[in-house]
Design a protein around this ligand. Structure first.
Ligand SMILES: [Fe+2]
Length: 361
């Protein structure tokens, strides 16, 4: 071990380098450099294990440990450090009563260890940023721990940025797929296309009223836009018929939720909505189709789309019948709450519609 980091002026330089290129790799390398310990690494908590995400230094001295290695947290110091059972800085592991009993001490022959949690903005512990030496390191002090904290915060920010980029990319792919499908449906059947757009607006409002989070609202929006996508596979003679359908034709028409679910089966970013599209005509009392699901067995986005779809269909002119007035449609929704429609979802829709009326008045 050469030099003393406590008299070094490298910390601001190391920090500036990491800040200029805020990668987890750079942060871990800066830790190893600044603390002059044999290895530094960043780990992620995955269940009751810790997975090595980045490592820098003399890995050979530590059994050739490599990125991707997964070790039970019970073998390591980190969880015990976060729980406050061990200090963040252990300058002499073998001289510490509890630390020397932790399995990794003998497994890798550790003499000194320092670890701080990598915490995300929601307070979750993503993992830890650590450094280890085979020999005791009496020169290390609280200032070194503080340096690790600063870099752990940078790593936390970087992890969140990467997650956000990944999520944004997923949502972009999903949005493109939804747009393609809904444009295809609108071209095939103008009513269904416009109708889906109106159902989207209502469904998202109802989702908000129910207190859903952003990710769930996106699913509700996608499901509302795609709920009738299975009609792409319904023959024109049935889809565009200007008189009421006969029993056989209804039999074909009622397959559209199954067809819709099948249609998105090949779209990776939408596949998770398959059970929702399949259930968009299920009734709360189990009398719907295609599976006769009842109550909360029906996915919530499907229950939301079902009641919003019903309200909008009732208040729209169709080739074979005139629209019901708003008041009549409200009475139908109220009458159907608890039998046809999910009661909570119907109540939320009635609240949203009452609000719309107040705004319009
Ligand atoms: Fe439908």
């Amino acid at each position: 071990m050469t030099g003393s980091p406590n008299t070094s002026s490298r910390d601001p330089i190391a920090l500036a380098q990491v800040a200029a290129n805020p990668s987890i790799e750079a942060a871990v390398a800066a830790v190893r450099d600044f603390l002059e310990m044999e290895v530094a690494f960043a780990s992620e908590f995955v269940g009751d294990h810790q997975v090595l995400r980045q490592i820098s230094g003399d890995t050979e001295s530590f059994g050739g440990v490599a990125v991707g290695a997964s070790v039970p947290s019970s073998h390591l110091y980190c969880r015990r450090i976060i729980a406050g059972e061990l200090p963040r800085l252990i300058t002499d592991v073998r001289g510490h009563e509890l630390a020397r009993l932790v399995p990794i001490t003998d497994m890798l022959g550790i003499g000194a260890f320092v670890s701080v949690p990598i915490t995300l903005s929601d307070g979750d512990h993503y993992g830890t940023l650590c450094a280890a030496s085979r020999h005791p390191e009496p020169r290390l002090e609280d200032r070194d721990v503080q340096f690790l904290h600063v870099l752990a915060r940078m790593i936390g920010d970087q992890v969140e940025r990467e997650r956000l980029t990944r999520r944004t990319r997923e949502l972009e792919v999903q949005a493109a797929a939804v747009t393609t499908l809904s444009v295809a449906l609108a071209a095939r059947d103008g009513y269904t296309g416009d109708h889906s757009e109106a159902v989207v607006r209502l469904a998202v409002e109802v989702g908000r009223q129910l207190g859903l989070g952003e990710a769930e609202l996106i699913d509700v929006e996608r499901a509302a836009l795609l709920h009738d996508i299975g009609k792409l596979a319904i023959p024109d003679a049935i889809l565009h018929k200007d008189r009421p359908l006969d029993a056989a034709e209804w039999g074909v028409m009622r397959r559209h939720p199954i067809l819709g679910a099948q249609l998105i089966a090949g779209v990776p970013s939408l596949e998770h909505l398959q059970p929702v599209l399949r259930a968009e005509h299920e009734r709360w009392d189990g009398g719907g189709y295609p599976d006769g699901l009842a109550g909360e067995a029906i996915p919530l986005p499907a229950r939301i789309v079902f009641v919003c779809d019903a309200y909008h269909a009732m208040t729209s002119d169709r080739p074979y019948r005139r629209a019901l007035g708003h008041e009549c449609a409200l009475a139908e929704i109220e009458a159907g709450a608890g039998s046809q429609f999910c009661p909570t979802t119907s109540r939320a829709l009635l609240t949203v519609l009452a609000g719309d009326r107040r705004v319009a008045a």
